[in-house]
Write a protein that binds this ligand. Structure first.
Ligand SMILES: Cc1cc2nc3c(=O)[nH]c(=O)nc-3n(C[C@H](O)[C@H](O)[C@H](O)COP(=O)(O)OP(=O)(O)OC[C@H]3O[C@@H](n4cnc5c(N)ncnc54)[C@H](O)[C@@H]3O)c2cc1C
Length: 373
């Protein structure tokens, strides 16, 4: 029997596998397509804070950015490329946000390097911008490195049964704890209040004679990948979904969109498209990630003494699945958030440390149950 079974070997599942292995727990990690075969394998894996108006998501991503840059640098320096990150405003509204960000930024700001500025198109040069130290990680290799100490099984998990104090997976494997890290691909436990949407994204690696040693973010991100290759990404395609769309995804249309958006920022010369990466990122309806235990809705609803129509729901009164948690809904910041969220989740599993109610899936149960009652 394993201490922990993790289902899904994207950056979330692999980060939890690493945290648990560090705590000397035995870990079995399942993925139906192999490590980083979902959204994580498609990611450009740019590590950046969120440049937006103040709010809890911006703050969470700020904390995760600081934590994760340090985590990657300390543990996997060979898989992290640190590079200046130049964020250019898309429009006047965005410019105001950047001006406010600069005034209150807790991160040290830099002067944009001249060798980058000279390649920008004139309009991009004139826009408000902000420059700080960011990074890019090698997405697949990072997931592989994080999961090195776990037993990795390429298999789809179709059955999950709790019996006699342990979880039985696919009628074969057993574990004391289960962590669901299935991204936007599958819902193993059907609970009506858990609703995640999968947003399709496309990014490309290109060869170009244009030199760009830094990460530029404007309409898309343009960043050095390796050996003179630039990574451009990603699209946010809400109309296509691999499981529900009738028409196949139009890769040429996606490439054209990426190159057109990149060309509004940078003069790219002699372009050769080397590779395409596509996948789903999973987002929640309030944009915050979901980590923690899952409320057993049928049982919780059946208790007559819980008040659901209240402004301050008592999450502790709910009944939860035993020894089962989830980590999901990282949106476009999976590689920024995952190490930080995995730390929070593993502390919760190992020592019962409370997770903020703004992050737990129970917040969605509370809203759903309130509407029902
Ligand atoms: C094109 C693109 C570009 C992106 N760029 C960035 C970026 O620059 N920076 C950044 O931080 N984030 C980026 N993201 C977002 C980031 O990739 C996601 O937030 C992150 O990958 C989510 O990780 P995850 O582990 O939750 O999900 P996933 O990586 O999707 O992993 C879930 C895994 O679960 C497996 N699975 C599901 N159900 C089962 C089952 N029943 N049995 C077995 N296996 C199962 C799937 O096969 C999959 O591999 C990008 C996303 C896309 C699509």
């Amino acid at each position: 029997m394993y201490d922990i079974a993790i289902i899904g070997a994207g950056i979330n599942g692999c980060s939890v596998a690493h945290a648990m292995s560090q705590a000397k727990k035995s870990v079995i990690l399942f993925d139906m397509g192999g490590i980083a075969s979902g959204g994580s394998g498609a990611a450009g894996a740019f590590i950046s804070p969120k440049f937006s108006k103040s709010g809890e998501l911006k703050e969470l991503i700020h904390d995760a950015f600081v934590y994760s840059m340090d985590f990657y640098e300390k543990n996997f320096p060979h898989l992290l490329t640190k590079a200046p990150l130049l964020h250019i405003a898309q429009d006047d509204e965005d410019a105001k946000i950047l001006q406010a960000y600069k005034k209150e930024s807790l991160l040290p700001l830099k002067t944009p390097p001249q060798e980058i500025v000279k390649n920008l198109v004139p309009h991009a040069k004139m826009q408000e911008s902000i420059c700080l130290e960011g990074g890019v990680v090698n997405a697949k290799a990072m997931c592989e490195a994080l999961s090195k100490s776990a037993e990795c099984i390429q298999e789809k998990v179709e059955s999950l049964v709790y019996d006699d104090g342990m979880w039985i997976i696919n009628e074969t494997y057993s574990a004391k704890e289960v962590v669901l890290a299935t991204g936007a691909y599958e819902t193993l436990i059907q609970e009506p209040y858990i609703q995640l949407r999968g947003i399709w994204g496309h990014r490309i690696d290109i060869k170009t004679t244009t030199q760009n040693p830094c990460s530029i973010h404007q309409f898309v991100s343009i960043a050095p990948s390796s050996e003179g290759v630039l990574a451009i990404g990603a699209t946010h395609n809400v109309h296509y979904h691999p499981q529900t769309s009738k028409e196949p995804y139009d890769i040429n249309e996606g490439r054209a969109e990426l190159l057109e958006k990149a060309s509004r920022t940078l003069n790219l010369q002699n372009i050769e498209i080397l590779r395409d990466y596509t996948g789903l990122r999973s987002g929640s309806f309030d944009y915050m990630p979901l980590i923690g235990g899952l409320v057993l809705s049928s049982e919780t609803l059946s208790y007559g003494d819980i008040k659901f129509k209240t402004k301050k729901p008592n999450h502790e009164a709910y009944t939860y699945y035993p020894n089962l948690t989830m980590i999901n809904g990282n949106g476009g910041y999976g590689f920024v958030l995952a190490p930080y969220l995995a730390k929070i989740l593993s502390e919760h599993i190992l020592s019962g440390k409370k997770i903020s109610e703004r992050l737990t899936p129970a917040r969605f149960f509370a809203r759903w149950a309130k509407k029902l009652s």
